[in-house]
Design a protein around this ligand. Structure first.
Ligand SMILES: [Zn+2]
Length: 401
């Protein structure tokens, strides 16, 4: 693989806010050498003269159901263990962005377990009622114990009683968790040892925010045909091509068996139900599983490049789609501009949902970070917009119930 110049790319990111600085940064990389230009240096500027609508604030109050304000501290090979958590941002700083952008509440999905979960609930949910909702996660550190299925179900019950509002499943399940945590065969998504956990979520009315698999291109060879070449260059560990990884299709099939086996458990399929490239398939899953809703975080790049298909999808499934961004605070979030928690991120999401603008960036970055294309707004009707921004999430999270 040609080595992408990550430092230069990040430098470009830092200067993107300043037009003058951007010109200087661009001049240094834009001159062809011997008539050739590297793909990483190609930053075409659109010559289209089309309306550009700035949406400084969402039209309705927003619940962002997919954010990461805390993280479990100990993590190795994609598997987090232990109770210790770190705060990625002071709650007061998050509230400043939220108040400017009209974000009523954020769901902090990665709230961790045990004592760490307690800390997150205290600093977020209890200190700022109605502004933050924190979720718990599986205790993978106990996975090798024979009593794990029951221990995990008990942990869900305790988390619910402490005030956790859901369970977050990272793509750890299916792609990282192995029989001996990080060694041995991968544990399938529909492994029976998790059945008591899914049932406990139903019993305690905790929705499961689940991320299974990843973009289809992450399962393809990383070569000149891969539409996410740049992204996989910046994050080579996101490639699940080869080795012993299951196919995207078999991961989704295992997920479907979980949905079918636990009809009383409410699932929110993050990242547009794990297949934003194939909205017909996501629509079929929504039709087949009444216990499933979907969320749009980090996938407006996919939705917005198929605006007609996406608009029909939103119209048809308007009661089942939740607003989310997958926001990660800077500086960590700057590594993934499509989900960096800042004002511009919300302005882009709101522009996509509220306007019919043509051909604009899906992320605040000089090079589109998930693939070299731009997006088109889908201008939802007021009724659908309100459902997607706030009503559907209120129902799933039982806010006011
Ligand atoms: Zn996420």
């Amino acid at each position: 693989m040609t080595i992408l110049n990550r430092r230069r790319w990040l430098a470009g990111l830092g200067t993107a806010a300043l037009g003058v600085a951007r010109e200087t940064a661009a001049a240094e990389v834009c001159a062809p050498r011997d008539g050739r230009l590297l793909l990483e240096d190609f930053r075409p500027e659109s010559m289209l003269h089309v309306p550009e609508t700035r949406v400084p604030r969402a039209r309705f109050p927003v619940i962002d159901v997919h954010t990461h304000l805390t993280f479990t501290r100990r993590e190795g090979k994609g598997v987090a263990v232990g109770d210790e958590i770190d705060f990625a941002l002071a709650p007061g700083k998050a509230l400043e962005v939220m108040d400017r952008k009209g974000v009523q509440a954020m769901v902090n999905l990665t709230g961790g377990t045990g004592r760490g979960l307690e800390q997150a609930l205290a600093a977020l949910d209890r200190a700022h009622p109605g502004r933050f909702y924190t979720c718990t996660e599986p205790s993978y550190g106990q996975f090798r114990e024979a009593r794990y299925p029951q221990l995990q179900a008990d942990a869900i019950e305790r988390a619910a009683k402490s005030g956790a509002r859901g369970l977050k499943i990272l793509k750890t399940l299916g792609l990282y968790l192995r029989e001996r945590l990080t060694e041995g065969p991968l544990v399938p998504v529909d492994d029976r040892r998790f059945d008591p956990m899914w049932e406990a979520c139903a019993a305690h009315q905790l929705p499961v925010f689940i991320h299974v698999s990843d973009p289809e291109a992450f399962f393809r060879p990383v070569d000149c045909r891969n539409e996410r070449w740049d992204e996989l260059g910046h994050h080579p560990d996101w490639s699940f091509h080869g080795r012993d990884f299951p196919s995207h299709e078999s991961l989704l099939a295992a997920r479907d068996r979980v949905f079918a086996r636990h009809p009383k458990t409410r699932f929110v399929g993050l990242h547009v139900g794990h297949d934003a490239e194939n909205l017909a398939l996501v629509g079929a899953a929504l039709d087949r599983f009444p216990n499933l809703d979907v969320e749009i975080g980090a996938r407006i790049g996919e939705l917005g490049r198929q605006p007609r298909v996406a608009a029909r999808f939103f119209d048809r499934h308007q009661d089942r789609i939740l607003f989310g961004t997958d926001a990660v605070p800077p500086p960590e979030g700057e590594k993934y501009p499509q989900q960096v928690f800042k004002d511009e991120l919300y302005e882009i999401y709101d522009r996509f949902l509220e306007t019919d603008d043509d051909y604009f960036d899906y992320a605040p970055a000089p090079v589109p970070p998930q693939g070299r294309w731009k997006i088109y707004g889908i201008k939802l009707s007021e009724g659908v917009l309100r459902k997607v921004y706030v009503d559907n999430a209120s129902r799933v999270l039982r806010i006011g119930a």
